[in-house]
Design a protein around this ligand. Structure first.
Ligand SMILES: Cc1cc2nc3c(=O)[nH]c(=O)nc-3n(C[C@H](O)[C@H](O)[C@H](O)COP(=O)(O)OP(=O)(O)OC[C@H]3O[C@@H](n4cnc5c(N)ncnc54)[C@H](O)[C@@H]3O)c2cc1C
Ligand code: SF4
Length: 454
């Protein structure tokens, strides 16, 4: 057993990491699907979209050949509508709510239609929004600093820019997009697409992104408060949660976020993976880590989850991807100890669990049965949730719950003029939630700026 790179041929890597949801091949194919839509009056698909995209309207616009109009409809609710069409778990959102499901027929492929429209708009660089010329209130244009160029930061920036506010985004990495660029699996969205999307969003003007600028290192909150009218924190969450078990420091124990970050930054052939890999967790990160370990050429990948399939945090579609990729799943298994030889992982001992009373999350809590089993593995990937940037938030005396920033109904923190949103507040949800958080944050900031002027 060994953790090595270069397990596959160039062609195999390309095939394994190619687009999992290919787009419509022809305009006619898109029209056929658009024309199936019933344009429901009380559209449940729209209600189940966290950004409330007017789905029947944009589909109608596609069906009448008004692609520009349809892209405008999508982007006015969700400026990251292009990437959301690739990464949203639509089976539990818009497509899951489509009335066709009640008729036991295939739901309208809303995401594919959204992708069709937004990709044409991006390819043609249609700029569909104009920045307000007039300065907001007295005293010239307002200036807002945003920390983090992920979905929440970009969505907030675009909404503010439309209203004539000047925005500067401080981003610690060398590219924008946040976890879209550095986290989500390449077979869902490529880093190049994320870069194109960031350029498309910022093309509205009035948004400057300063890269390699880390809050707490290159810039402080006090400086930003002094130089800007308001600050928006969209810093997301950090690395995977520790397992707090013996053996966690052995060679071969990897953080899922670091593993995926490498995958997104360097050639697939240079990313090392074990022969037999255990992945701890069953959320989106765990699924992405497991499927990509398999796609890098690991011989055996086993996902371990301490509850049952019924409580799994990922969707069925995601689980199906992992199973189709040949990943093994063991339910009711919690890691107890990682064993090693010569400093390297060679096995993982797991406790067999059983479910008992409901816990605070409303799910039955897993309890150790006292029985164990051992799996022979050479790599363990930790993906049991991510940790908020607790020390950063505490250093600035920002109210928080175990590192998750606490905000009021206007998205403002306990520090006046400092707002927050996205994963940094909710602890880690989905891109579409972060986009809506960015819009809500911008609304709160605009109200704050007009109050300041008044
Ligand atoms: C592996 C993985 C797979 C996922 N798959 C999906 C999926 O398929 N579909 C889906 O909808 N969602 C998915 N998600 C969740 C989704 O990516 C996040 O919910 C979303 O990106 C959150 O947006 P955000 O802007 O709040 O934070 P982020 O995307 O994390 O962006 C935060 C930004 O802030 C920057 N930053 C952090 N700290 C500082 C600092 N101190 N100074 C300056 N900049 C800083 C970061 O570099 C980053 O660019 C996945 C997440 C992971 C980890
Ligand atoms: S629920 Fe389905 S059929 Fe009705 S408007 Fe939405 S996509 Fe169209």
């Amino acid at each position: 057993m060994a953790i090595i790179n270069n397990r596959l041929t160039k062609e195999q890597y390309e095939k394994n990491f190619s687009d999992i949801h290919p787009p419509f091949e022809t305009q006619d194919a898109a029209l056929v699907e658009a024309n199936r839509c019933l344009f429901c009056y009380d559209a449940p698909c729209m209600k189940s979209c966290p950004t409330s995209i007017d789905v029947p309207k944009f589909i109608k616009q596609i069906s009448t050949g008004n692609i520009k109009g349809s892209a405008h409809t999508i982007f006015s609710s969700n400026i990251l509508g292009a990437s959301c069409s690739k990464v949203c778990p639509v089976e539990k959102l818009c497509e899951g709510a489509c009335v066709y499901n009640l008729m036991d027929e295939e739901a309208i492929p809303i995401a594919k239609l959204q992708r069709y429209s937004t990709e044409i708009a991006m390819k043609n660089n249609w700029q569909l929004f104009k920045r307000k010329d007039a300065p907001l209130g007295d005293g010239g244009r307002k200036k807002v600093a945003i920390i983090g160029a992920g979905p929440a930061g970009l969505s907030c920036a675009h909404t503010l820019s439309k209203e004539g506010v000047d925005v500067t985004i401080y981003e610690k990495e060398s590219k924008g997009g946040g976890l879209m660029t550095y986290g989500i699996a390449a077979y869902k969205v490529t880093p190049q697409f994320c870069e194109d999307e960031v350029n498309y969003i910022t093309a509205i003007g009035g948004i400057e992104i300063k890269y390699h600028q880390k809050l707490g290192v290159n810039v402080s909150l006090e400086e930003l408060q002094e130089n800007y009218d308001a600050v928006y924190l969209a810093i997301g969450v950090g690395l995977a949660r520790q397992l707090e078990i013996p053996g966690e420091d052995l060679n071969g124990v990897e953080d899922a976020i670091k593993f995926i970050y490498n995958l997104r930054n360097i050639e697939y052939s240079t990313v090392a993976v074990g022969d037999k890999v255990a992945v701890i967790g069953m959320g989106m990160t765990a699924i992405d880590a497991a499927t990509q370990a398999k796609r890098l050429g690991a011989k055996e990948v086993t996902m371990l989850y301490r509850r049952t399939e019924h409580e799994k945090p990922c969707t069925q579609v995601e689980l199906d991807i992992a199973m189709l990729d040949g990943c093994n799943i063991i339910w009711l298994a919690a890691p107890k100890e990682i064993l090693g030889q010569d400093g390297k992982v060679n096995a993982i001992v797991c406790s067999k669990m059983q479910l008992e009373q409901l816990d605070a999350s409303g799910r039955r809590s897993p309890v150790d049965t006292g029985e164990t089993f051992t799996l022979e593995v050479d790599m363990v990937i930790k993906a049991a949730g991510q940790m908020p940037f607790e020390s950063l938030v505490k250093n600035y005396s920002i109210d928080n719950k175990s590192g998750k920033v606490v905000i009021n109904k206007n998205c403002e923190t306990n520090i006046p003029g400092v707002f927050a949103g996205g994963d940094a507040v909710n602890g880690g949800k989905e891109v579409v939630d972060a986009v809506q958080a960015g819009k809500d944050g911008a609304k709160g900031i605009l109200e704050f700026l007009s109050r300041k002027d008044g």
